[in-house]
Design a binder for this molecule. Structure first.
Ligand code: SF4
Ligand code: SF4
Length: 480
């Protein structure tokens, strides 16, 4: 890093702060180029996926439905319940490790290419703003109506996006019913939608790049997730420095014939890479937390290099090691450990999903006395059989006691039917002869199966009963 650069860096606190502490509003210039074209394709593809997904169906269910009140999470045709802690944990861990892996290889490619904040800001709200207010740097005198009109369009888009966002939590069918009815009939949902719209307006009309700079923790983690071999947007200091302004030849207006000192580097200090940066930083100061890897400075600089007849790529996707002339190492601990970890997690997830039963069974001891000695000498235990039917159709379940002679399951609710995706709590009483207990307990086995035997499981359960001692039954029933 040059001494001048180092000095500048010491002075700088935040790229969006003026010297007097007020906010420096950024109006990044649009730089057309190959990366902008590619990012547009990605961004509009992602926006389409986001808006279309709630309307699609896989096995009769939306691909993504996060029903928080019912605590049911549907992902690509599979519904997860709160009891699915293992697959949910494996999925969340896989997402985290994927982010680490992606960052280790490609730096902040997520931020610059796929993060909703960047996608909506740069490819929806910012183009609309340019439409109403003109291109930054070339703004004409504007009619007073333009700003309110811009905010009106922002509001309509924010409302649409807020409704789409809500559809991921309630489904499009319920959302459509709500849209057609009065907010008084669904005040909570209306408040959520209004708050989401308000947050989007606040974010995209006012807070903007501050979300990346001060609210999002990802940038702060990047220094531990990146190494010197990670692919990032970087300025080739060896080629660019010492920088210097270009001057046109007095004999020719052709900028391809610059009168630039031989000793100067390729950077002509035009400042376009800074003016186009959506977070207002100067990439020539090295890797910074604020850089979201959007590649706009690459497009800006490539355009300048082309105009002055120099090779493109003064700013380019490269690694800190590569631009410093250090050897490029493809094989590093993190690019071996992260994929191995991810493979392990995904394998575990696939195995867990493949081994999932069509029903979840939970056995819970009944409240009150742990057991009762009945007048005929038998002993009863109260039990709750909770069944969650994961199958696509309703099923009828039956509970049987299979390993105690003369034992029985007594319930007015056995067998019982559970709808698809629903949970049912069936209270039961297990009655067994007194002499099956040893030391106040007896381990039994219960078979829970559907009528058609498509699902069948045997679950152990411990019955509590009297000790073979002189303690009275009344005393024992409270102190097994
Ligand atoms: S756009 Fe390129 S030439 Fe212009 S200041 Fe930035 S790095 Fe230098
Ligand atoms: S420095 Fe370049 S890549 Fe980084 S945020 Fe600014 S324009 Fe995007």
């Amino acid at each position: 890093m040059s001494a001048a650069t180092a000095d500048k860096q010491t002075d700088r606190v935040l790229s969006t702060l003026n010297a007097d502490g007020s906010r420096r509003w950024l109006k990044p210039w649009l730089s057309r180029g190959r990366y902008l074209r590619r990012r547009r394709v990605v961004a509009y593809g992602l926006i389409s996926v986001f808006t279309i997904t709630p309307y699609l169906r896989i096995g009769g269910k939306p691909p993504i439905l996060l029903d928080i009140p019912a605590r049911e999470f549907t992902l690509f045709g599979t519904t997860f319940y709160p009891t699915d802690t293992l697959p949910l944990a494996l999925m969340i861990l896989s997402v985290f490790v994927s982010i680490f892996l992606l960052t280790a290889f490609f730096g902040r490619v997520w931020c610059g290419w796929a993060c909703p904040q960047t996608v909506y800001m740069e490819f929806l709200y910012r183009p609309i703003e340019r439409l109403f207010e003109g291109k930054p740097g070339r703004q004409r005198k504007l009619g007073a109506w333009r700003k309110p009109a811009k905010f009106a369009v922002f509001l309509v888009i924010s409302m649409f996006l807020a409704h789409t966002f809500l559809a991921y939590f309630v489904g499009v069918d319920r959302l459509w019913l709500w849209v057609q009815s009065s907010p008084a009939q669904h005040p909570f949902a209306f408040l959520v939608m209004a708050a989401t719209t308000g947050l989007m307006m606040f974010d995209f009309a006012f807070f903007r790049e501050q979300t990346c700079l001060v609210a999002c923790p990802y940038g702060r983690f990047q220094s531990v997730m990146l190494d010197r071999q990670s692919l990032i947007v970087t300025y080739d200091e060896q080629r660019g420095e010492p920088r210097g302004k270009i001057t046109k030849s007095k004999k020719s207006k052709d900028v391809r014939l610059p009168v630039a000192a031989e000793a100067r580097g390729d950077c002509v200090d035009c400042g376009l890479c800074v003016r186009t940066c959506p977070t207002g930083i100067d990439i020539r100061e090295g890797l910074q937390m604020e850089c979201i890897g959007c590649a706009q400075c690459i497009d800006a600089c490539d355009d300048v290099m082309e105009k002055i007849g120099r090779k493109k790529g003064l700013i380019r996707y490269s690694s800190q090691a590569a631009v410093s002339g250090e050897p490029v190492k493809l094989l590093r601990p993190r690019v071996v450990i992260y994929p191995a970890l991810l493979l392990g997690l995904l394998t575990g997830l696939v195995l867990v999903l493949a081994g999932r039963q069509p029903a979840d069974i939970t056995l819970l001891r009944g409240a009150g006395s742990p057991f009762v000695v009945l007048p005929d000498g038998n002993v009863s235990n109260q039990l709750h059989v909770k069944v969650r039917n994961r199958a696509a159709e309703a099923a009828t379940f039956q509970v049987e006691l299979i390993d105690v002679t003369n034992g029985q399951v007594v319930s007015s609710n056995n067998p019982f039917t559970v709808g698809s995706g629903e949970a049912h709590d069936a209270p039961m009483t297990i009655i067994v002869p007194r002499d099956v207990f040893k030391d106040g307990r007896r381990d039994i086995q219960l078979r829970i199966a559907t009528e058609d035997n498509a699902f069948s499981t045997i679950r152990p359960y411990r019955l509590l009963g009297p000790w073979s001692s002189g303690i009275s039954d009344a005393e024992q029933s409270h102190d097994p």
